[in-house]
Design a binder for this molecule. Structure first.
Ligand SMILES: Cc1cc2nc3c(=O)[nH]c(=O)nc-3n(C[C@H](O)[C@H](O)[C@H](O)COP(=O)(O)O)c2cc1C
Length: 235
């Protein structure tokens, strides 16, 4: 009946359902009222309140539905000149750190850059991240490569783990009404050197990407990438 998406939404749904039941409970108090007109009026009022509570719940379910956000996400490369509040930055970082990681090692570090000077410097040095000069914020997702004492095969896992974190971060940005784009740093030596130097990173921390983030300037649209040809059924 009710599709739950997040615990917060489930909480709201439950609260709203409780609210509706509470509203309807008062119907019993209406019956002793002698005036028929008054009874109709109060019953109609209560039903309207219930209807609006229901509509609010439905809109919360669809606005933040995880599949809607996945399909709405797109690379956004132009931003308004407005800074991103810290609570939204934390929400994105929390989403990033909720990603799955091999052996649950969480081999990452996140660098939150709001320094205009550093953003502009990196815009000048990274050929495909010029939009940093317009962005009020960027987050570097970097691998803490020795974390978890990886063996020869596990040594590559940080890239996969950080990629999963990056996707979560991008989805959170979308859900918060922000625009963001993954710009590649790893595996390009010159880009890794530029970011490492700008952020003074120790050699075991390797930047995977840098994500400029801001409020979208334009009305960017997601691409439709569905391709049935790329699906092979094994039955
Ligand atoms: C590993 C990786 C590296 C990327 N590097 C850049 C980049 O350096 N600059 C850029 O503008 N976009 C970069 N992108 C974004 C892609 O261009 C974008 O995701 C792709 O065109 C699909 O568009 P969409 O994100 O709107 O679906 C990168 C994406 C990935 C996954």
């Amino acid at each position: 009946m009710i599709r739950k998406t997040t615990p917060e939404q489930a909480e709201k749904v439950n609260a709203a359902v409780d609210g509706r039941i509470l509203h309807l409970k008062y119907i019993f108090y209406i019956y002793p009222i002698k005036s028929l007109k008054m009874r109709y009026l109060l019953t109609a009022g209560m039903l309207i309140i219930c209807m609006f509570t229901n509509l609010e719940v439905m809109s919360q379910q669809t606005d933040n539905d995880v599949l809607t956000i996945i399909h709405q996400r797109k690379s956004v490369r132009q931003y308004q000149d407005i800074s991103v509040p810290e609570d939204k930055i934390e929400t994105m970082l929390r989403a990033a750190m909720a990603a799955p990681t091999a052996r649950n090692i969480q081999p990452w570090q996140f660098y939150v850059i709001t320094s205009r000077e550093i953003l502009d410097q990196l815009a000048g040095e990274l050929p495909y991240a010029k939009m940093l000069s317009q962005a009020p914020l960027a987050i570097v997702v970097a691998g803490d490569t020795p974390k978890g004492n990886p063996n020869e095969e596990q040594i590559h896992n940080w890239k996969l783990d950080c990629a999963a974190a990056t996707q979560n971060l991008l989805l959170a940005a979308e859900a918060l009404g922000l625009g963001a784009v993954w710009t590649g740093v790893y595996p390009y030596k010159a880009r890794i050197a530029a970011v490492s130097e700008a952020l003074d990173l120790p050699s075991h921390i390797i930047p995977l990407n840098i994500i400029p983030i801001g409020y979208p300037l334009l009305d960017d649209r997601p691409k439709d990438k569905w391709d049935a040809e790329k699906v092979k059924w094994v039955e």
